[in-house]
Structures are given as C-alpha cells and as structure tokens.
Design a protein around this ligand. Structure first.
Ligand SMILES: [Zn+2]
Length: 260
C-alpha cells in the first residue's frame, strides 16, 4: 500500500470520526471535552503512522537522492555514454524464437492493439504506470508510454537498484541509465515502422505486450560514464543468466524483454 493511500484512508477516517463525534456531542451522548480529546488522539496516532511510514520507505530516500543528483550535476556538465550492441558486450537472445514467444506468455497474450485497449488494461491493473526510480531515468517518450505489466516494472526497478549497488566508485555513485522507449500500442508500432524501418521489427513487438523497454545511454555521476556502462553490462548479464530478462540489439539502444 502506498503512503498516499494510507494518508487518504486516515484523512477520510478522520472526517467520518469527527462527524460521528459531532453527532454524539450534539445528542449529548458524549461530552465536548471527551470528543476533542478522542479526535486529538486520532490525529496524533495518524501522525505517528505517517512518520513511521515515511521513514521506512525506500522511495522517500530515493526522492531525496534524486534532488541531490539534480543539485550536484548541473545540466551540461554531465557526460553520457550510449548503450548499444557495440558498446556493451552481451549475449543476444533471438527475437523471433525467444523474445516474442516469452513476451506473449508472460503477458497472458495481452497484445495491445490501440490506445483504447491500453487504457482498459491500465484500469484493470494488467498495466501499471512506471515512474523514474533508483538507478534509472526516463526520457520524454514520444511514440511510447511509461507503462509496463507489473512483473516487468518490478524487474526494471530491480535492474536500477542492482545497477546502483554495483557502483562502488564514490564519484560515480549518482550514475543512472536512461530508458528511451517502453510500451507501444500496435498502432504506434506501425507508425514507428513507417518513419524508421530499422527502429521496429516486423511482426508482433514485445513492446506491444507491455513487457519490454529500451536502454539508450548511461549518465555519469561525474565524468566517467564508461564506469556506469560496465556496471550496467554486468547487471544485465546477471539478470539474463538468472532467466529474468532477454536481450538484443536495436538501432541506437539495448532492447530488454522481461520474461520471468
Ligand atoms: Zn525495443
């Protein structure tokens, strides 16, 4: 349960509680003093729940960390290294034989034809929004949306976390990799294919199952982005070995399909 949901529950609960107390006091079944005391106690308990919730959430610290990143690395001083099949040494998984069938399987064959279908899947929870998280950023996406099926989001978060954990060099601690594409509907896929034949593979795409994302580059924490590229290469290799992701080349990025 997210902190926002807890806050909503406590807030609505507080209003209901206050109304009940107000009715009881006007009916004189409870004294004013006592109802004020009870309401204050509710407020105090809610405050403690929220404080404990905030302190125990990793996201809270990630948010702080992101703010530090923005402060420490002003735009322009960052160095970036592109992630392609020539800059990373990885083992390719065959697209037609591995990526596509496993994408179909893990998504329960929910192929996203158009925006209407995408919205329906979002409502049902088959797809979830993917915000930036520890270890990765998301480029402004034109022909795709920052959404994935829940297990794919989990793996992307895991990739980001493990990438960060690999970085022991203090000056590169703030490095992160950047996602350039996520879920594309079949309609979007067709228009990408029209504008750039190399950018999208013919046939059903893993991107239209909501299980794939592309990594375009690594942003350095200071000025040594190749350090981050090696860290990313290592984590991608590990997760591929663990059978969690499949990898292949795309024109200007590394394509990742989540398969477990
Ligand atoms: Zn891709």
């Amino acid at each position: 349960m997210s902190l926002v949901t807890v806050f909503k529950f406590l807030f609505i609960g507080g209003i209901i509680f206050a109304v009940i107390l107000l009715i009881s006091t006007t009916k004189k079944t409870i004294k004013w003093k006592k109802s004020i005391l009870l309401l204050s106690a509710y407020g105090l308990i809610s405050f403690f729940i929220l404080v404990v919730g905030i302190l125990s959430r990793d996201e809270f610290f990630h948010e702080i960390e992101k703010k530090i990143i923005k402060k420490e690395i002003p735009n322009g001083n960052q160095e970036r290294c592109s992630c392609t099949w020539s800059t990373l040494q990885l083992k390719k998984n065959d697209y037609a034989l591995e990526h596509r069938p496993l994408a179909k399987k893990i998504s329960n064959d929910r192929y996203i034809l158009n925006e209407k279908m995408e919205n329906k899947f979002l409502k049902k929870g088959y797809l979830v929004n993917v915000p930036e998280n520890d270890g990765f950023g998301i480029k402004p996406l034109g022909q795709s949306k920052a959404i994935l099926i829940p297990i794919a989001k989990k793996r992307l978060d895991e990739l980001g976390r493990r990438f960060r954990a690999k970085i022991s060099l203090k000056s590169e601690r703030m490095s992160y990799f950047v996602i350039s594409s996520m879920t594309r509907t079949d309609d979007q896929q067709k228009s990408v294919r029209k504008s750039n034949r190399n950018a999208a593979t013919p046939g059903k795409s893993a991107h239209s199952y909501g299980v794939a994302f592309d990594i375009a580059y690594v942003r350095s924490g200071s000025k040594n982005c190749s350090y981050g590229v090696r860290a990313l290469e290592e984590v991608l290799r590990e997760m591929q070995k663990e059978g969690k992701i499949l990898l292949c080349a795309e024109s200007k990025c590394i394509h990742v399909t989540v398969c477990r």
